[in-house]
Design a protein. Structure first.
Length: 144
């Protein structure tokens, strides 16, 4: 679960997930009949609308937003994942809590990756990559 200091731009989040860079986010588990029913990963095209969930929340009728989020997450753990699609979902709650203006809940199957690998990926993908210097600036430095 992540929190945001601002309301979430759902369209921008969906656009960023059209081509997920984390390998298994665009894979589905299938049974390999040639290998006695072993499971294997198969690439598939993802439909972001099936993975990014934005529940309708009547914020005016939520007495305790923190308790609402706690109950929401608890309810998510009770539902099995749909094995017919890549095994992840992103739940976006534009609900102000005591800590944030919005909450992001990433639900993944343990076969996608462990907590450490997913957090490493998240941190790596959230930083801007440094740009390479232009050839002209490298040429200028050689002359110094």
């Amino acid at each position: 679960m992540l929190v945001s200091r601002t309301k979430l731009n759902v369209d921008a989040i969906k656009a960023g997930l059209e081509h997920p860079p984390y390998p298994h986010f665009s894979d589905v588990l299938v049974m390999d009949d040639e290998k006695r029913g072993e499971m294997k990963w198969r690439k598939t095209k993802i439909d972001v609308d099936n993975h990014v969930i934005v529940p309708r929340i009547d914020c005016d009728n939520v007495e305790s937003p923190d308790k609402f989020v706690e109950d929401y997450v608890a309810n998510l753990t009770m539902n099995p994942m749909d094995l017919s699609k890549p095994l992840w979902e992103l739940q976006l709650l534009n609900l102000s809590t005591s800590d944030a203006e919005a909450v992001i809940i990433l639900c993944t199957h343990h076969s996608i990756g462990d907590g450490a690998s997913l957090m490493s990926y998240l941190f790596a993908s959230s930083h801007q990559k440094p740009s390479l210097p232009h050839k002209s600036s490298l040429k200028d430095k050689k002359e110094i």
